[in-house]
Design a protein around this ligand. Structure first.
Ligand SMILES: [Cu+2]
Length: 161
């Protein structure tokens, strides 16, 4: 009897330790979009609102897509009067029961080394990786170059770190 109980508890521990890779139900991605890029552009950016419906804080730690070689989670900040962007160390926190919005001039998913120009009206697949929720795959529609352009400085003014 004791042996059986030990086996049962071992099985329970194992079940708890195995990570799940199923599509998350705790994270919901709202209104994803990417800015169309001019021909020859090497970088682009994707935006969205991330809703965390779980009772645990989570973190967007990475992303992948076949449209670009490298994807990074970036933030933009004005440093000494110059708009700079950088990869967020440790990822972008998403509060429990809350949301965070990625938008021009702020947080964004940086697409580095574009394989092709992003054209208005097209869509591309994007897989987001969360620390707790795991992978979340979405389709990102491409909107016009000028979409929400007013608060976005030209690429020439940006400093990549
Ligand atoms: Cu960036």
């Amino acid at each position: 009897m004791r042996y059986l109980l030990t086996l049962a508890s071992a099985a329970l521990l194992l079940a708890a330790a195995v990570p799940t890779f199923a599509q998350s139900t705790s994270i919901h991605i709202d209104k994803p979009w990417a800015r169309a890029t001019p021909a020859g552009a090497k970088t682009g950016a994707a935006y969205m609102t991330i809703d965390n419906k779980s009772g645990q804080p989570d973190r967007l730690t990475g992303a992948s897509s076949d449209v670009a070689k490298t994807l990074q989670i970036h933030e933009m900040k004005v440093v000494d009067g110059v708009m700079k962007m950088r990869e967020i160390p440790g990822g972008l926190p998403v509060p429990a029961g809350g949301s965070v919005t990625l938008k021009p001039g702020g947080y964004h998913v940086m697409l580095i080394g574009l394989n092709k120009a992003l054209k208005k009206g097209e869509k591309f697949p994007l897989t987001l990786v969360f620390e707790k929720a795991g992978k979340v795959s979405i389709e990102v529609p491409v909107e016009s170059v000028g979409a929400m352009h007013s608060d976005m400085p030209g690429m020439g003014h940006m400093d990549m770190k």
